[in-house]
Design a protein around this ligand. Structure first.
Ligand code: KG4
Ligand code: ZN
Length: 340
């Protein structure tokens, strides 16, 4: 039988990005993301507003993804959508849209775990990016997640560490709020960190056993430190902003690298793949590179557009599941706390 082109539409709506992507045989033809600006003025994602914005965006975003790919909806082989984890009101929009479209086109529906999407984004066919070999460790770091996963193969994964409170991106964003920076503050803290002294101020690292993380104590420590210093000098923040950012970044990266060191030691696996919005961070990128020479790691970071929330990563999971004939039932439901 002649090998056939497999076209998959991916749909992602788990948090505040409405996204759709079209994939052919593991290669991305289009990757459209509508980010919701509305949350900036609230300093964080407001679930009810996110759900409403998804409803407004989903039809135009899917339409644009098909148009950019030059693929008619009748050519699609399956529709992959994010089932969870995420905000229920947001997930419901993508789930019900994907269901009705698959039903209308009479093609299979494929449910995708968002966290597996972040990990399998490394398997999108993309020139210049190498795929990690099995087994590898995947660290997903973003505004919503902080997780280390042992990946045995595409569909056999084990979470070996995760945050017990805030995600690492939240630690950046909440620190930024204390410093009066805009939301999300991660990129700004990163930019300033590169201009400051990372040893100017010391914040103690949380003592969490094993491979789990905690970031809420760090946020409180930063808050008390700033309050104390501002009492002594009202201009403390503006006079020391770059050094404060560098010190925060140094602490956060130290926490992540300590856990990776422990994870590689415990598992004996030295291939490390990272994903999520925080993988754009210059500090983590440098620390991973250093880890290659210092600890013998091999590290993998996907193309930037596949690290933040996107539908290309949902489409690649869809593609892999399609090859396995692993389809969802018509009565599949969104699941806010879906586990890997
Ligand atoms: O993956 P993402 O776009 O969305 C989700 O949270 O799911 O990640 C956004 C998070 C925000 O918390 C943002 O502050 C953080 O990633 N971020 C960064 C950087 N770029 C984005 N944090 C530190 N350094 C960066 N360069
Ligand atoms: Zn995500």
């Amino acid at each position: 039988m002649a090998s056939e082109n497999i076209y998959i539409l991916g749909i992602e709506s788990s948090c505040d990005d409405t996204a759709a992507a079209v994939m052919c045989n593991g290669k991305i033809l289009s990757n459209v993301v509508a980010s919701q600006k509305i949350h900036e003025e609230y300093g964080g994602v407001v679930p009810e507003l996110a759900s409403r914005a998804h409803q407004q965006n989903i039809v135009p975003v899917v339409h644009q993804a098909l148009k950019q790919a030059g693929v008619a909806k009748e050519q699609l082989h399956a529709i992959a959508f994010t089932r969870g984890p995420g905000l229920m009101g947001s997930l419901l929009v993508g789930t019900s849209f994907a269901k009705s479209l698959a039903y209308g086109l009479n093609i299979p529906l494929i449910d995708v775990n968002h966290m597996q999407g972040h990990i399998l984004a490394h398997f999108i066919e993309e020139d210049g990016f190498k795929k990690p070999p099995f087994p590898f460790l995947a660290m997903t770091i973003s505004g919503g997640h902080t997780q280390i996963v042992k990946v045995i193969n595409h569909f056999d994964m084990e979470v070996i560490g995760e945050t017990i409170d805030d995600a690492v991106g939240e630690a950046y964003d909440k620190s930024g709020k204390i410093l009066g920076l805009g939301y999300p503050a991660g990129p700004e803290i990163d930019r300033r960190a590169q201009l400051g002294n990372p040893k100017a101020f010391t914040f103690s690292k949380p003592k969490v056993k094993g491979l789990d993380f905690s970031f809420s104590g760090l946020k409180t420590a930063i808050l008390y430190f700033i309050q104390r210093e501002v009492k002594k000098n009202p201009d403390f923040i503006s006079e020391n902003l770059n050094d404060i950012c560098a010190s925060i970044q140094y602490t956060i990266i130290g926490i992540l690298i300590d856990k990776l060191k422990l994870a590689t030691k415990q598992t004996g696996i030295s291939h490390i793949a990272i994903g999520g919005g925080v993988s754009a961070n210059s500090g983590i990128r440098k620390a991973l590179k250093d880890g290659e020479s210092k600890f013998g790691w091999t590290t993998y970071i996907p193309k930037f557009e596949f690290t933040t929330d996107n539908a290309a990563m949902i489409a690649i999971v869809g593609h892999l599941k399609y090859l396995n004939n692993d389809f969802a039932d018509a009565d599949v439901m969104a699941s806010a706390r879906l586990k890997i």
